[in-house]
Design a binder for this molecule. Structure first.
Ligand SMILES: Cc1cc2nc3c(=O)[nH]c(=O)nc-3n(C[C@H](O)[C@H](O)[C@H](O)COP(=O)(O)OP(=O)(O)OC[C@H]3O[C@@H](n4cnc5c(N)ncnc54)[C@H](O)[C@@H]3O)c2cc1C
Length: 426
């Protein structure tokens, strides 16, 4: 059968459907740009759902990420977050979190201080904004309020007993309990299936009936993140009404429901906002022109050619396929851009396995100029029409610095502002 090629023109092409790509599309639509966005399922489904800005700097846990950013600017000026003002980063964060609310996912407004957020194994991490379904857990930890922690038979990667045991020294009033999830007989049980089941009123009532006898005076209940996919705040509110207790979610190991919620919400919302979204495909060819960027996407049945006045590269790192490596070098996969990295493979790692400074290869990535334009082999921008955002950028170690989503959102804002400037200067 002859393959058909669709031709599309757009002001901006966004390469990647992770947090950086989705944020870039929204920021671009806010500016009135037409947008075509292409990507595949990347790291988004793996996230806890927390939106970190900067949680750790030089091994120090930060209470105030904003003064942490000020310090970062003086010690590590090449860090992508250090290239932006706190004002612009706040604008980007506020807009993104507002958008999540508009999509039906309530998040706490980013404030001046990090919050201690719960992790599946009974540890905590600093974050700036968290889902409303998780906030009561952080509040309860802060108050050391007694709480019942529930897990489910057959659910792997989340144990209430383990959570309570590991938390015991900082949060002594926890009590574990295990339930059989209503209506799911096969083992193991998966958080996504439980979440979809809990969207039905019947399952909500059955679960509440199972929780009731366990309460024994408990006013706060922690559950793994399973409270629905499309409207978690409504599911939580209904279960609170049925049990008479305050409920909170604890992220499970990846891939988890909070990330799937984000991915599905963006897949629903971006087309509604006028973005031409190709969420199951990757760019197979990209050509830089003086007037823009041409992209080819080979779909299962037909092909897509996008002619855009500018592009934002938000293709992520190894997990999402934006970077790849052989035994010698790290490479950028879409445009073969130079990757900043240690001279040789010997320099990738550290002799100390758990080196608190991290491994140098973690900071490998695309080098950009002040206008978020990736640099070519000669050290000047590869194109005036190409911009980059997210964790594909060099000079950051988002895992260790606890800045994953924040870096993606902030740099997407910076890249889109710069791209809009170049498009409007045509
Ligand atoms: C296990 C885990 C836990 C996390 N927890 C947190 C957390 O608690 N807090 C936090 O703030 N952040 C967290 N993150 C980080 C966060 O989810 C994102 O990974 C981060 O924000 C980076 O986003 P990104 O958009 O730059 O890259 P990615 O999310 O990696 O997205 C890259 C996108 O590019 C696409 N792509 C790649 N190649 C091509 C191509 N050729 N054509 C088109 N598209 C392409 C991919 O398909 C993907 O859609 C976590 C991540 C992981 C993996």
């Amino acid at each position: 059968m002859k393959r058909h090629t669709r031709h599309v023109t757009a002001d901006l092409a966004v390469i990647g459907t992770g947090i950086a790509g989705c944020a870039a599309s929204i920021f671009a639509r806010d500016l009135g740009l037409t947008v075509a966005q292409i990507g595949h399922s990347g790291a988004m489904a793996y996230t806890t759902g927390y939106i970190d800005l900067l949680g750790v700097l030089d091994g120090r846990v930060l209470d105030d990420p904003w003064s942490g950013l000020d310090a970062l600017r003086s010690t590590d000026a090449c860090h992508p977050l250090a290239r932006m003002t706190n004002h612009d980063i706040r604008t980007a964060f506020d807009r993104f979190v507002r958008l999540l609310g508009e999509m039906g996912l309530g998040y706490t407004a980013p404030g001046d201080r990090n919050v201690s957020a719960l992790l599946p194994y009974g540890t905590t991490k600093p974050t700036l904004s968290l889902p409303d379904t998780m906030l009561p857990g952080s509040d309860a930890l802060h108050r050391r309020a007694p709480a019942l922690i529930i897990d489910f038979e057959g659910l792997q990667g989340f144990s209430a007993t383990e959570f309570c045991t590991n938390m015991a020294s900082v949060w002594p009033g926890l009590r574990p309990a295990r339930l059989v999830f209503p209506g799911l007989e096969a083992r193991p049980v998966f958080p996504e299936v439980m979440a979809r089941t809990l969207e039905t009123p019947v399952a909500q009532e059955q679960l509440a009936d199972l929780i009731q006898p366990l309460l024994n005076g408990a006013e706060t209940i922690g559950l793994p993140a399973i409270l629905g996919l499309q409207a978690p705040d409504r599911v939580r509110a209904r279960l609170e009404q049925l049990t008479g207790a305050t409920l909170f979610e604890i992220p499970t190991i990846p891939p988890g429901v909070p990330g799937i919620r984000l991915r599905e919400a963006f897949e629903r919302e971006l087309p509604r906002r006028g973005v031409l979204l190709e969420p199951q495909n990757k760019v197979s060819e990209a050509i830089l022109r003086s007037t823009g960027v041409d992209l080819t996407v080979q779909g299962a049945l037909d092909d897509l050619r996008i002619e855009a006045s500018a592009a934002v590269l938000a293709s992520g790192r190894f997990l999402s396929g934006g970077l790849k490596s052989d035994r010698y070098r790290v490479k950028e996969t879409v445009l073969n851009l130079p990757v900043r990295q240690p001279e040789t493979r010997d320099g990738w790692f550290s002799a100390e396995y758990l080196d608190p400074a991290g491994y140098p290869v973690n900071k490998a990535g695309i080098e950009i100029d002040a206008a978020f334009r990736p640099l070519g082999p000669d050290g000047v921008p590869a194109s005036d029409r190409l911009f980059a955002a997210g964790v594909v950028l060099a000079h950051q170690d988002w895992v260790r610095q606890r800045c994953g989503a924040g870096l993606a959102i902030a740099t997407a804002y910076g890249a889109v502002q710069a791209a809009a400037g170049s498009i409007n200067a045509r």
